[in-house]
Write a protein that binds this ligand. Structure first.
Ligand code: FEO
Length: 395
């Protein structure tokens, strides 16, 4: 498939309606995804990025049919991760003399994954440009840590398109390709879930990069990321969102995450939710059993929250692995400016709540004093302390 998106620029990627998981099992795909590759046909014909390995044959065959492989003059690899570079080895079997423009770090990632193939890898830095004919050029912008050290964006003058790679993307299959053809509720949800799970650890880089791109004074009429909808209608809306999300984003939300053995810790979780509803009816309260709910969804809800309450029963002096894994995931995403509280049942030694408080503090949360530590099963006193914990988290 080759779909014109603007001027002489076409989308030649892969709409991945069937994709279920990404980054191992960590990111659940609920609304499909896409690997967006683009073709620019000016004086030179340029391919920007490829697609994931399983779709390599279809991708190369499509280019052969739609443009003719012999007509491709250069390739730009904005990022070396396999979802964008996976089809490159197959393609380069037929384009061995064609130069590949990428960052110095992308040389490491491409050669690290595919070996030294003798490709003509030409490294570029921020501000470097290359003439592609018809009075147009590419300007390269390193996007280090958005989200890999090798990431880069490519700007096309004249059409004013920023090919931003992973930044500003979403795991979301949009048949019409553009943001103005997408379900807008899903688009915002998936853009935020993508940011929370993939970009949030690098928020300080996001803020600096947006400032840098703004200072370059490049007019931007379209942002074409490597996943999901292309931002055609008001493209700068997603840049403004990223600025907001990168600055310690919080909504008036409490997210309660727990696992339970014999329903006692579940009862406390529900008690905290009920108490929060009484204390602050306007606060959005969400409850997840982390052994059953989707991990990336939980992380997106934590991203939105001003506070979390995390609960586990004590198990051999520790907490359930589902809970420790969830807190570990939260830690890796480097959330900032959020409160946290701990709760849980125990039968004998009861270390679980202390373990959780320590791990939540290490994960960067401001842990409140109040907690609920319930022996055997929650009684009225324990459930009354749910009120105290909810107050501490919401005040
Ligand atoms: Fe979409 Fe970092 O790859």
């Amino acid at each position: 498939m080759k779909e014109n998106i603007k001027g002489n620029v076409s989308w030649v990627g892969y709409l991945d309606w069937e994709l279920q998981k990404f980054h191992g099992d960590d990111f659940t795909i609920t609304n499909g995804s896409s690997q967006n590759a683009y073709l620019v046909e000016e004086g030179k014909t340029v391919l920007i990025d490829t697609v994931w390995t399983p779709h390599r044959s279809e991708f190369v065959d499509n280019l052969r049919k739609e443009v003719g492989l012999e007509n491709i003059d250069m390739v730009v690899m904005n990022h070396g991760e396999a979802d964008h570079s996976g089809a490159l080895p197959e393609l380069m079997k037929e384009l061995s003399d064609v130069p590949i423009y990428c960052t110095a770090n992308a040389v490491k990632s491409l050669e690290g994954q595919y070996g030294k193939k003798g490709w003509d890898l030409r490294t570029v830095k921020t501000g470097d440009s290359v003439d592609i004919g018809n009075g147009k050029k590419f300007v390269f912008i390193e996007m280090r840590m958005l989200h890999w050290p090798d990431s880069m964006a490519t700007y096309l003058t004249g059409d004013n398109i920023l090919f931003s790679n992973d930044a500003f993307g979403q795991h979301f299959a949009v048949g019409g390709l553009f943001n103005d053809t997408a379900d807008l509720c899903l688009l915002e949800k998936e853009a935020m879930r993508y940011y929370a799970n993939i970009l949030n650890p690098f928020s300080s880089f996001v803020t600096k990069k947006i400032d840098e791109i703004r200072s370059m004074g490049l007019p931007i009429d379209m942002i074409a990321p490597s996943h999901g909808a292309i931002w055609r209608d008001e493209p700068m809306q997603i840049v403004r969102k990223y600025s907001e999300w990168a600055a310690g984003y919080r909504e008036d939300q409490l997210t309660i995450v727990y696992d339970t053995m014999w329903e006692g810790t579940a009862a406390i979780a529900h008690g905290i939710a009920a108490a929060a509803g009484r204390i602050s009816p306007e606060t959005m309260v969400k409850v997840f059993n982390c052994s059953k709910a989707d991990k990336s969804e939980i992380m997106a809800e934590v991203f939105k929250s001003k506070a979390v309450a995390v609960g586990s029963p004590t198990v051999v002096g520790d907490v359930l692995t589902s809970v420790s894994g969830t807190v570990r995931y939260m830690k890796s995403l480097k959330f900032k400016g959020k409160k946290a509280g701990a709760f849980g049942c125990y039968g004998w030694s009861g270390e679980g709540v202390a373990v959780l408080k320590k791990e939540l503090a290490e994960a960067g949360f401001q842990v409140v004093e109040e907690s609920i530590r319930s022996m055997w099963k929650p009684d009225e006193k324990d459930l009354a302390s749910a009120e105290q914990l909810a107050k501490a988290l919401l005040k």
